[in-house]
Structure formats: structure tokens, C-alpha cells
Design a protein around this ligand. Structure first.
Ligand code: PEP
Ligand code: MG
Length: 557
């Protein structure tokens, strides 16, 4: 029997191998009773398990580095949340065993999160993962997670917790398929950072791909073929070999076949992502997500000196290149205890990004001062941008802060809110460049939470409405003689990268592992081809039709 399932391809490459399922069983400990005189011992057991799990998550983070580290450290903090710990202790005092106390306390907290709006509900998977780890340790059973196997396999999961994605061994895990998760979810971003082929948002994947079945995962097209026959395997392997050959042949700066330059830049979370960016031939950094520096300590911002050291390491890696640093983007999917209001009904629409910084000008001033010091004496071409700029007033406030800090850099605005795209010319009166954050721009254009797999159709950056907003922004920048890059995940899709170029985007920034694919795609087409593909995509009425139309134009030339 063979069948091909369609998910959302989020990390390029082809993987063929046996399916292995993620150990996701929820361990429900029996509701035992503890005598009052044993309560203290049980509490000590619970504390030790919590600390051990938190230490393990931190250690995994250090091993993984990059963006994964921040995510895992946030999970470690979740495990040691003082209120949660106090609830565990209360339950043990009332007679629960340590494992049952942890289980019930997390269940109560889970319910709070699940009912606290879509954004917090998106963190439930992380919370469940932490609970399962603590309960498994207390019960003395193996940790849930990546299967133990000496043979390479394709990992199938309902969803992947950041702790597991970060530790996937690319030499054993050939690729992965998940039921949940959208194209801009943390799992997808981490998969690309690892360079593992991945397909997400494939409902029913666990049932359709039983343990031991041979599956073929195409992370470019989103196809997952069950029991591929010899002909299908050969076709997939041929396509993958062709892509590899095209990659090997492509080096150097980003440029179309007729010489139109489109700098290819890397998205990084910190200095540990630099080696991969340099190896992929990135021409600079197009998005330095500085919030990962802030995750170490939930109570305060990192010191100016600590920030200077991290920024300088990144700036020194591209001595003649361009480095675009995004100031802290806290809130919504990246909350920070000391900055993010705890009681917002809908944090994605609340005080996040630049709004947070304008409420805490001292945090912004320290960050800008650290950047100014880090760039001192270096020939690097520094650019600084603000996340979540809504209008000209926001852009002016950010530009004023940059001027007040004496920053010798270009300052720009991220276009992540439709209002900024619609009024891009007015925003550009205050700043020198635009950078399109297509992940959030899609989220806000389609009212579709980027953490929720069920709405991934609307998160698809091929949506013609999103392409219209890209075109508006690029046209405005051109009219003002300024630049307009893309640093959202849309830039990592080779075909879409050609369309974005055709829409007038001036640089593309992406996870390092996507750079060779995008470079090869650009090199195969002229600017006029890209413009025709862009027009065809915008004339469509759905993401799927836009992709097909662009593909037809570029394949036909
Ligand atoms: C975006 O929203 O597209 C973006 C680049 O920012 P982040 O993914 O960090 O929110
Ligand atoms: Mg964003």
C-alpha cells in the first residue's frame, strides 16, 4: 500500500526511513496516601526531582546552544515556578505522594493556562513536557521523549517539545513529522536551525504512520509518502540529489541570474549560531533576536557589560558585513517576568515588542548604549530595528531613543502589524529601513495564532493578502529610496524568496540552513522571471494557487 499525505514542509531535505514514535504517554501516578510524618520526606523528594529536571533542561540547553537554549531555560524556569512548587507542597501536606502532588498541581496550572487565551494555551505543551519529566523521575521510569534507537529513523509525534527538538541527533533522526505546530512555531524554527527535514501540521500523522512503517518525508513540498515503492524512492532521491548538486554549485552572495543583488543574511539568537551562519556563506545577520540574552534571569535585564560582550562577538564575526540587531522583543510568545504584564487577556494584542520598551525606557536605553559600545572601533555596518512598530508615532519614538543613545547605526522598523505596511511611507519618514517580520505579519493579518497548528493554513506566507502587504511595503521603501528586507520565515522558502525578490524586497534573512537553497533558487532565475512569478502569485486567491502559479512561471522559463 502506498499513500501520500500532505502537511506543511518547514525544513528542507528528503528523509526516508522507518517511523518511530515519540514517547508521549501521560504518566498518571496512582493516588496513594502519605502519612503526616512522611510528608516532609515526600516534599524533599519532589524538590529534588524538580531541581534535577530543571538542571537537566538547562544542561540540554547548553548542549544545544542558540535559540534552543533560551527555550529550554524558559522551561527550566517553569519547572521551578515558586507558586507551582508551593502548590505541590500543599498537596503533599494534605496527603498526596510526591508524584501525585506534582501531577495534580501541574494539572491545576495547566487548566489555568489552557483557559487564559490562545497565547498561554500555546504553552501547555511545554508545561506537560516539564510535568512528564518530573513525574517520570519520581516514578523511576524512562523520560518521555525521543525514542532510544541505534538505527536512524523518522520521528513521528503529535507535537515536539522544545526540549526534544533541541536534542535530536541529526545522524539518527533522519527527519520528523508532527500533527501540530505551524510553519512559524518554535519547533519549525528549531528544525531549520538543526537542518533536519521536517513536516508539521499533518493531522492524524500518528495513526497514519504506525511504528516501523517506512515513510518518506519531503521537507520542501510537505509530502509524506507511506511505504514508498522503488520508483517513488528513486524519484525522491533523484530530486534530493538534484537539490544537493544545485547547492554545491552555489556559493557567494545572493544574486539573480541577471546580476540583481539580494543579500542573503542569517537569523540568529546569539553568538552560538554564528558558525553555521558563516559556514552557509551568510553576508551578514539580518535578524539578531536579542531576547534570548534576556531569558537567563527572569527578574532583571542582563547588565550592560554582559550585553556588550554578546553584541561585540556577533559584530566581530562580520567585520565588513551588515548586522541587523533587533531590540528586545518581549511579550506574547516570549514573556519576561519583569517586563510582561501578567494579567493581559490577550498578550499577542497587548503590551509586547516596542510597546514594552516604551513602557520601560531604561531597558531600551541600556540596550542601545550597549550596542553603541559594542560597535565602537569596528568597521561593521550596524543596523538596529524595533519589533512591532504600528505607526509613525512608534517609529519616531524608537528613532528618538536611538538618537538619544548616540548610536551610530541605521535604525529601522519591523513591519509585523498590517497598519505599518498600509502606512509604510509614513513610517519611513522616521526610520531608514523596513524589515518584514512575516511570521507576525501573517498572525495579525489573518487573526491566526502562530502557535496553533489548526490555523496553519492562514499562517501560510503564500497567502496573497500577505504578498500584497509585502508589495506595499517594498513599493513604499523604493519610493523613499530606502531598503526593505524580509526576516520572517517566508524568506527561507526558495520559491517564495524569488517571489519576494520580484515584489521588490531588497534582502532576505533566514535560518542558516536555508541559505544555500535560497541562493540556488535565486541564481536560477532573472529578476524579470521573479517579477512575473510575483505578479502571478498575487493574482491568485489562495496560498496554494499562488504557490502553483509562481511555480508554473518559474518552471516554464
Ligand atoms: C517575525 O515575526 O516574522 C519575526 C521575524 O520575528 P519573531 O519570529 O521573532 O517574532
Ligand atoms: Mg515577530
Amino acid at each position: 500500500m502506498d499513500a501520500t499525505l500532505q502537511g506543511v514542509g518547514v525544513s528542507h531535505g528528503v528523509a526516508i526511513g522507518e517511523a518511530r514514535h515519540m514517547g508521549t504517554a501521560v504518566l498518571e501516578p496512582p493516588a496513594g496516601q502519605v502519612a503526616p510524618e512522611d510528608a516532609e520526606r515526600e516534599q524533599e523528594r519532589a524538590r529534588r526531582a524538580v531541581d534535577a529536571v530543571a538542571a537537566d533542561l538547562v544542561a540540554r540547553g547548553q548542549l544545544a546552544g542558540g535559540e534552543a537554549q533560551g527555550v529550554l531555560e524558559a522551561q527550566a524556569m517553569m519547572a521551578q515556578d515558586p507558586e507551582l512548587q508551593a502548590d505541590v507542597e500543599r498537596r503533599i501536606t494534605a496527603g498526596s505522594t510526591a508524584e501525585r502532588g506534582v501531577y495534580d498541581a501541574f494539572a491545576a496550572y495547566r487548566e489555568l493556562l489552557a483557559n487564559a487565551g490562545e497565547y498561554l494555551a500555546g504553552r501547555v505543551a511545554d508545561l506537560d513536557d516539564v510535568r512528564n519529566r518530573i513525574v517520570a523521575r519520581l516514578l523511576g521510569v524512562p523520560m518521555p521523549g525521543v525514542p532510544d534507537s541505534d538505527e536512524p529513523y523518522v520521528l513521528i509525534a503529535r507535537d515536539l517539545a522544545p526540549a526534544d527538538t533541541a536534542l535530536l541527533d541529526p545522524s539518527l533522526v533522519l527527519g520528523f513529522v508532527t500533527e501540530e505546530g505551524g510553519p512559524t512555531s518554535h519547533s519549525a524554527i528549531l528544525a531549520r536551525a538543526l537542518g533536519v527535514p521536517a513536516v508539521v501540521a499533518l493531522p492524524g500523522a500518528c495513526a497514519a504512520l504506525p511504528e516501523g512503517t517506512v515513510v518518506a518525508v519531503d521537507g520542501a513540498t510537505g509530502h509524506v509518502t507511506v511505504d514508498p515503492d522503488d520508483e517513488q524512492r528513486a524519484a525522491l532521491e533523484r530530486a534530493a540529489a538534484e537539490r544537493r548538486a544545485a547547492l554545491a554549485a552555489s556559493t557567494g552572495p545572493g544574486v539573480t541570474s541577471d546580476g540583481h543583488k539580494v543579500p542573503l543574511l542569517a537569523n540568529i539568537g546569539g553568538p552560538s549560531d554564528l558558525p553555521a551562519a558563516l559556514e552557509a556563506g551568510a553576508e551578514g545577520v539580518g535578524l539578531f533576536r536579542t531576547e534570548f540574552l534576556f531569558l537567563d534571569d527572569s527578574a532583571k535585564a542582563p547588565s550592560e557589560d554582559k550585553q556588550v560582550a554578546a553584541y561585540r562577538e556577533v559584530l566581530e564575526a562580520f567585520p565588513e558585513g551588515r548586522v541587523v540587531v533587533r531590540v528586545l522583543d518581549a511579550g506574547a510568545d516570549k514573556p519576561l517576568d519583569f517586563l510582561t504584564p501578567a494579567d493581559e487577556p490577550n498578550p499577542a494584542l497587548g503590551v509586547r515588542g516596542l510597546r514594552t520598551l516604551l513602557d520601560h525606557p531604561e531597558v531600551l536605553a541600556t540596550q542601545l548604549a550597549a550596542l553603541a559600545r559594542a560597535a565602537e572601533g569596528l568597521p561593521v555596518y550596524l543596523e538596529v530595528m524595533a519589533p512591532m512598530v504600528a505607526d509613525r508615532q512608534d517609529a519616531r519614538a524608537f528613532a528618538d531613543a536611538c538618537r538619544a543613545a548616540g548610536l551610530r547605526a541605521k535604525y529601522g522598523a519591523m513591519v509585523e502589524i498590517p497598519s505599518a505596511a498600509l502606512r509604510a511611507r509614513s513610517v519611513l519618514q522616521e526610520v531608514e529601513f523596513l524589515s518584514l517580520g512575516t511570521n507576525d505579519l501573517a498572525q495579525y493579518t489573518f487573526a491566526a495564532d502562530r502557535q496553533v497548528g489548526a490555523v496553519s493554513r492562514l499562517q501560510d506566507p503564500w497567502q496573497p493578502a500577505l504578498l500584497d502587504l509585502v508589495a506595499l511595503s517594498a513599493d513604499a521603501a523604493k519610493a523613499e529610496g530606502k531598503s526593505c528586507g524580509v526576516c520572517g520565515e517566508a524568506a527561507a522558502d526558495p520559491l517564495l524568496a524569488c517571489v519576494l525578490t520580484g515584489l521588490g524586497v531588497t534582502s532576505l534573512s533566514m535560518g542558516a540552513s536555508s541559505i544555500p537553497y535560497v541562493r540556488a533558487a535565486l541564481a536560477a532565475h532573472s529578476l524579470a522571471d521573479c517579477e512575473r512569478a510575483a505578479a502571478a502569485a498575487r493574482a491568485a486567491d489562495s496560498a496554494e494557487d499562488a504557490r502553483t502559479a509562481a511555480q508554473a512561471v518559474l518552471a516554464a522559463k
